[in-house]
Design a binder for this molecule. Structure first.
Ligand code: NOJ
Length: 537
């Protein structure tokens, strides 16, 4: 067996904590760092090797913390810098690494730089840190161009002094001007701030959107122009080369993991060159239909694209921006782009959960690193019936509800008990910031722990095997001949994974012992929508 490389980010199982919804330590209905510290043993027992924290910094929460006022302060809702230091130390004591989220495209409208820019004059150095422009039309009453915000509505907001500023997301998230060297030095300093505190990695938010064409040209929003005025500009690579130099200046490996949504695999790979990011999320896999040939194609493309730059692949099924995959896989037509958000009440949750179990054994045995979104190990579905007045996501509000937004995948976790708040906080009277469904009693950690067939115990068993077997994680894969609709591959010398999406049971090979199955086997038959891990005997 080839020993695993020491580069943890090439093979780790990384758990995403969305701090607001993981666990509430002080009983105010909002998750916090004390809540996470109280549950570190749960994560250790789950078997993960690193935690990626969605933003925990000072924020007015216009976009759930992706609008940062100060990257060097923890938001009081989550705790203090001392809590973060303690958490990093306690995680390290358990052998768990820490990744924090850094958002280079924009800051909060309450950030000191933006407040100073507002107070400064047109054309001032303070305004040059952002994209301030005069409007078009006789009195500048029209925005500088027709760019639309990704959250809905125009990407420009006008100030009382007549100028407009650019925000590709919400108006509370003004875009930074990466052509200004101060922006580079400030962010490199932020990285050092967290690396110096022991943080092991950075997740880079909206990594391919930072650079803007300074001409700010209009484009047809119905397609993807090439070149695009703000997606994948060459200047982005200068940013990450600078960041990589900072990461590499530390004796222990510090990793940069990019959120890079790009359709062209070759352009995607450019972010993973040896002097740029270490890894990036694989959204093609996340968005793939539950279909053997589509999955095989995505897996092969992923592996070959990463091989061109010797970067590790990543596998991710859910995160805080997309409909949870139990729900996506439970939709009658899984060929719809699985990553998009949409209302569709017709969901077969049992089917979705069965496929999610099979998908877990698939992702956990593919070559590279794997990301687990909190609650995925409990098989949580998307919560689709959150009342309008409890919804928080700016996407919901800015699209007038046409896009349900992302609240449904951000509902606080159920830990124990038979009714909400399911042990989310120390106090049963506290109302979690988003309502939890009545049906979640059976999905809590406490309910699943004693049940050997639960999703939680499947994840625990799979992660334990993955940690034990040096041939899982990074390394070669060999596809094996298999009936149509079945994925079959070998890792190392004696590990095989079979995933049956063929619609009918298929026979297992005779010379194998079963290590783990996502659903009970029927004699030597592998049922449909089931994965199995085998060891050659
Ligand atoms: C991507 C993040 O994952 C998402 O939650 C956020 O709203 C946008 N970037 C803007 O920061």
């Amino acid at each position: 067996m080839t020993p695993r490389t020491t580069d943890w980010w090439r093979h780790a199982a990384i758990y995403q904590v969305y701090p607001r919804s993981f666990a509430d330590g002080n009983g105010d209905g909002i998750g916090d760092l004390t809540g996470v510290r109280n549950r570190l043993d749960y994560l250790k027992e789950l078997g993960i090797e690193a935690i990626w924290f969605s933003p925990w910094y000072l924020t007015p929460m216009a976009d759930a913390g992706y609008d940062v006022t100060d990257f060097r302060q923890i938001d009081p809702r989550f705790g203090t810098l001392a809590d973060a230091d303690a958490l990093i130390g306690e995680a390290h004591e358990r052998g768990i690494r820490i990744i924090v989220d850094v958002i280079p495209n924009h800051v909060s409208h309450e950030h000191e730089w933006f407040l100073k820019a507002l107070a400064a004059t047109h054309g001032s150095p303070e305004r040059d840190l952002f994209w301030f422009r005069d409007g078009r039309g006789e009195n500048g009453e029209l925005p500088p161009n027709e760019w639309q915000s990704i959250f809905g509505g125009p990407a420009w907001t006008r100030l009382p002094d007549g100028q407009w500023y650019l925000h590709l997301f919400a108006p509370e998230q003004p875009d930074l001007n990466w052509r200004n060297p101060l922006v580079h030095s400030e962010y490199e300093d932020i990285l050092r701030f967290w690396f110096d505190r022991g943080v092991d990695g950075i997740r880079v938010d909206s990594a391919a959107m930072c650079g803007k064409d300074p001409e700010l040209p209009d484009f047809d929003h119905s397609g993807l122009p090439d070149p695009h005025p703000y997606v994948d500009l060459d200047i982005n690579h200068d940013i990450y080369r600078g960041w990589r130099a900072v990461a590499d200046s530390y004796p222990d490996p510090r990793a940069l993991i990019g959120e890079v949504w790009l359709a062209d695999p070759a352009r995607f790979a450019r972010y993973l060159r040896a002097d740029e990011l270490h890894a990036a999320f694989n959204f093609d896999f996340l968005g793939c239909a539950w279909d053997a040939s589509a999955l095989r194609t995505v897996i092969d493309q992923t592996l070959s694209v990463h091989a061109t730059v010797a970067a590790p692949s990543t596998w991710v099924l859910s995160n805080h921006d997309v409909t949870r995959h139990v729900t996506r896989y439970g939709r009658p037509d899984t060929s719809t782009a699985a990553g998009i958000r949409q209302y569709n009440p017709i969901v077969d949750e049992d089917l979705g959960r069965r496929r999610a179990r099979a998908a877990a054994l698939l992702t956990l045995s593919l070559p590279g690193a794997v990301y687990i979104y909190q609650g995925e190990e409990l098989g949580l579905p998307e919560v689709e019936d959150i009342p309008a007045d409890r919804r928080d996501d700016p996407i919901y509000h800015r699209t007038g509800g046409k896009d349900p937004g992302r609240d449904g995948c951000r509902v606080p976790l159920p830990w124990s008990g038979t009714k909400a708040p399911y042990g989310f906080g120390p106090d049963d009277a506290a109302r979690p910031w988003l309502p939890q469904p009545a049906a979640w009693a059976g999905l809590s950690v406490a309910a699943q722990e004693p049940d050997p067939a639960s999703m939680l115990n499947l994840y625990r068993a799979a992660l334990a095997l993955r940690a034990e077997r040096q041939d899982l994680g990074d390394g070669p894969i060999q596809w094996l001949p298999a009936p149509e609709g079945v994925l079959a591959y070998r890792r190392g010398t004696d590990f095989t994974c079979l995933v049956n999406l063929s619609g009918t049971p298929v026979a297992l090979p005779g010379d194998h012992a079963v290590l783990l199955a996502s659903h009970p086997l029927d004699g030597n038959q592998l049922p449909n929508d089931t994965s199995v891990w085998l060891r050659t005997v």
